[in-house]
Ligand binder design. Structure first.
Ligand code: PGA
Length: 256
């Protein structure tokens, strides 16, 4: 049984005080939850939050694919580890679209995280245009293959692929739009992704969690998380409100 994982992606929101206050509430909720809980704050707040954390994990929203050197503004995976982060989100559609990140770069970042002993939460997802052209399966499978190929070559300490790699299916048309994939639509894609993971890793692929993301709310989390291959949620807007995020955490716990 895969342990559900609920992660809040705060994006470029919160100041230092707001981040500490919100995290205190999330950490308390994580303490009584039967699901893993994490947040991905702006990188500047990571050390504050890891110092305070009792139960919730702290992730970065991105990382560099490079180990060190002349990469102004970038953060290396070893720095994240040294700051106490559990890993990082890679390949978020906002970074693919607004920062021109290719699948090859996303794969390299995921591999860098795994090599550093950290968890990669690797995002895939189709645009509305791609969905309407019936290309969803091809698009998300190609994005995932770039990640599994890169990660396959990385050293996974202890061979613990199930904790080292997390996949997040985030249809671009559902992110920040209030338009959620229906549980059936999401499950269909998660099933395709599960098949691709098995193709890449054999039985070990079954241990990898696949999260759904895209307008997850307190209201729709329970029905999404009732689907067999939806192992958790990557939550944007609703993760900035402790109460709503607490309801989503409870929906994750109900899955266990
Ligand atoms: P949203 O964002 O929940 O605000 O749609 C999800 C995400 O981008 O991870």
């Amino acid at each position: 049984m895969r342990t559900p994982l609920i992660v809040g992606n705060w994006k470029m929101n919160t100041d230092r005080d707001a981040a500490r206050a919100l995290f205190a509430e999330v950490d308390a909720a994580a303490g009584t939850a039967r699901t893993e809980v994490g947040v991905a704050p702006p990188a500047l707040w990571i050390t504050d939050l890891t110092a305070a954390a009792q139960a919730a994990r702290v992730y970065a929203q991105d990382c560099s694919a490079h180990a060190a050197g002349a990469y102004t503004g970038e953060i290396a995976t070893a720095m994240l580890r040294s700051a106490g982060a559990a890993g990082a989100i890679v390949g978020h559609s906002e970074r693919r679209a607004k920062h021109a990140e290719t699948s090859a770069v996303v794969g390299a970042k995921a591999a860098a995280l795994l090599s550093a002993g950290l968890t990669a939460i690797a995002c895939v997802g189709e645009t509305l245009e791609e969905r309407e052209a019936d290309r969803t399966r091809d698009v998300v499978t190609a994005q995932l293959r770039a990640i599994t190929a890169a990660v396959g070559a990385a050293t996974v300490p202890g061979g613990a692929l199930g904790t080292a790699l997390v996949v997040a299916y985030e249809p671009v048309w559902a992110i920040g739009t209030g338009r959620t994939a229906s549980p059936a639509q999401a499950q269909e894609v998660h099933g395709w992704l599960r098949a691709a993971l098995r193709e890449a890793f054999g039985d070990a692929g079954d241990a990898i969690r696949i999260l759904y993301g895209g307008s997850v709310t307190a209201e729709n989390a329970a029905t999404l998380l009732a689907e067999p291959d939806i192992d958790g949620a990557l939550v944007g807007g609703a993760s900035l409100k402790a109460e709503a995020f607490g309801v989503i955490i409870a929906a994750g716990s109900a899955r266990t």
